[in-house]
Write a protein that binds this ligand. Sequence first.
Ligand code: MLT
Length: 313
Amino acid sequence: SPVAVVPAFGQAFPSRPITMVVPFAPGGPTDIVARIVAERMSQTLGQQVVVENVAGAAGTTGANRVARADADGHTILMGPMSTMSFSPALYPNLAFNVLTDFEPVGIAASAPIMLVANKSLPSGSLAEFSAHLKANAASINNGNAGVGSTSHLACTLLNRRIGANPTSVPYRGTGPALQDLVAGNVGYLCDQVTSLMGQVQAGAVQPIAVLAPTRSPVLPNVPTAKEAGMEGVDMVVWNAIFAPKGTPAPVIAALNAALRRAIDDPAATARFLQLGAEAPVEADRTPEALRRVHAADVAKWGEVIRAAEIRVQ
Ligand code: MLT
């Protein structure tokens, strides 16, 4: 049954289709998670939840669009940890405040980062990859979704640990970067396992290491960075729904209820499992839980970025 709300005054919600802004190109993890939940939220809310890709500036263009939208729940953001937590430390003149210009709705899914390489690179361990990269950095491209994306920060931390300085090639999302990795124009990529699984299983790219504390259940043979002898490069990434600041509490509650129902749908659960993404545990499903996780990550990653002196060129 629908969870739409009818406030005492004003219009029922939702009264028309909802736009879910994905701030990166199609085919990346943000887009994949958004499409899985949007389809099912549409059924619960009785209105279409339409995914719109608004790519640019590592997600900040799309996030800004939502920050400035009417606070009525009809424009929402699938916000990745990167855009929502890294950007304040990287963009001093950001047009919005990641913490005060949004109402948290809920976490949709989280996934570990994985390092994948082009098949032309010698296959093997992280140590072999590192040695090859160090010796050939001048001729190897590192694809990413722009300065401030998880793909950029994860591989930048890795590159520094290795002591290599390859060419960083920004894309409008890791979807197109992955296509270029398969095509051979990109040497390697650090991205959430969610978007990589298909190409890894097809044998089109080679997995090198999981840059997270634990192995991914979908790729149990791929070691973690720590197991491969490298620390300080771990990153687990959430994708979460945010609404503009001032969106009424009953609307946030309706969106949160629809999101919960979407991630509990057995077909969505199966799809997440298959892709190596994880829905949040019960305690992490509330808007308050997202508020807490988000604030902690703004602080944590802000420190990492400042300590590493990573800047937008
Ligand atoms: C990132 O690098 O932050 C994301 O993978 C971007 C995307 O979803 O395309």
